[in-house]
Design a binder for this molecule. Structure first.
Ligand code: KG4
Ligand code: ZN
Length: 348
């Protein structure tokens, strides 16, 4: 029996969760999102993120303990995200975790944020763990900082098989949303505007044909294509960077819808290619903040139905950054005796 506290501060969410490995169940999952703090800047400001983590981390950890009706001495392990992410933001969670581990004589477990996303596919709405997700499977991680494909062979056993060469999918949503005046974060707003016009492909943006034969992604050209298309339509002035009054909500809906359909096509092509290259994969999982997108979920579900493969996407609360996935990874790393010393540093 082991109780694992997970702490996550790699970007703009301060989160803590407790996982009970004997019951295979999450006992608490608390997330404080800093989105409102960063919104006016159109993206995450690292210094503001670190300060906010510093203010909130103690409170969030206490809340996770109180939700689980536990006190610190009852815990067995402390798992914390050590990489990748914003250095200052990671440092706050890491120092806090090290302090707790030292003061309460608990073993410390370093968790890779991407590994946490990869295995978030096992978490279910009621906090229990899926027992029918088969290995090996292909995992698509799509977030604000990453768009990667992995072949996942077992717990902690995964291989990177493709990744973005430039921008991440979430970054493309965020940058293009900013361009058309939808604000930050872009993904959910693009989805809402696209839904209003039933996901039609108005502008047929390019589908990165040059990368057809690889499992790598590229999204930076898409942003340029959208920009030049808007210039061509007289909606955007390149020199001044000013959006003209031709940028109505109708145009925003058309851009959002065309963009989402384009990104869905790119993602489906890559996942199909991955299934072709790795026929031993029994299914596909879709994780990370972008996996909150219902249209992308439906599209990938349809693709996996065609291929007769299992498709798993976690509940939305485990797609964006959270500590439930950190505590879960912590539980199997504890079982594998993969502990870190108190000299653990960020990026280790
Ligand atoms: O995993 P996450 O919370 O943080 C990172 O590790 O980056 O992902 C945040 C990203 C943002 O780029 C955001 O725009 C995107 O996920 N996102 C979405 C949706 N909700 C969040 N993208 C598309 N559709 C959504 N509904
Ligand atoms: Zn993330």
């Amino acid at each position: 029996m082991a109780l694992i506290l997970g702490i996550e501060t790699s970007c703009d969410e301060t989160a803590a969760a407790i996982y009970d490995s004997s019951e295979k169940k999450l006992l608490s999952n608390v997330v404080f999102s800093q989105v409102a703090l960063h919104e006016k800047y159109g993206g995450v400001v690292p210094e503001i993120a670190s300060r906010s983590h510093l203010e909130k981390v103690g409170f969030i950890v206490r809340q996770s303990l109180s939700d689980a009706s536990l006190s610190l001495p009852r815990l067995d392990y402390i798992a914390v995200t050590s990489k990748p992410g914003l250095a200052g933001a990671l440092l706050v969670g890491l120092c806090f975790a090290k302090g707790l581990a030292y003061a309460h004589e608990k073993k410390l477990i370093a968790v890779d944020h991407l590994e946490a996303h990869i295995f978030s596919s096992f978490l279910m709405d009621d906090g229990s763990v899926k027992d029918d997700l088969k290995f090996p499977h292909i995992c698509l991680v799509a977030s604000g900082g990453h768009t990667s494909l992995y072949l996942v062979r077992g717990f902690g056993d995964y291989e990177l098989i493709g990744q973005t060469l430039d921008d991440a999918a979430g970054e493309a949503f965020d940058k293009i949303a900013k361009l058309i005046g939808l604000g930050y974060p872009g993904g959910p707003r693009i989805e809402k505007f696209a839904q209003a016009v039933a996901f039609q492909d108005f502008f047929q943006y390019p589908r990165t044909k040059n990368l057809n034969k690889t499992l790598h992604f590229s999204f930076s050209g898409l942003k340029t294509a959208v920009l030049y298309d808007l210039v061509k339509r007289g909606v955007y002035d390149l020199k001044s960077g000013i959006i003209s009054n031709k940028m109505t909500d109708v145009v925003r809906e058309q851009v959002s819808s065309s963009l989402l359909v384009c990104i869905a096509d790119i993602i489906k092509a890559k996942v199909s290619l991955a299934m072709m290259r790795y026929p031993e994969a029994k299914g596909v999982t879709f994780v990370g903040g972008v996996a909150c997108n219902s249209f992308l979920r439906e599209q990938l579900q349809g693709l996996c139905d065609l291929w007769d493969k299992q498709f798993v996407v976690p509940p939305k609360k485990y797609c964006g950054d959270n500590a439930a996935m950190v505590s879960f990874v912590g539980s199997y790393k504890a079982g594998q005796e993969k502990f870190s010393g108190l000299t653990l540093d960020v990026y280790e």
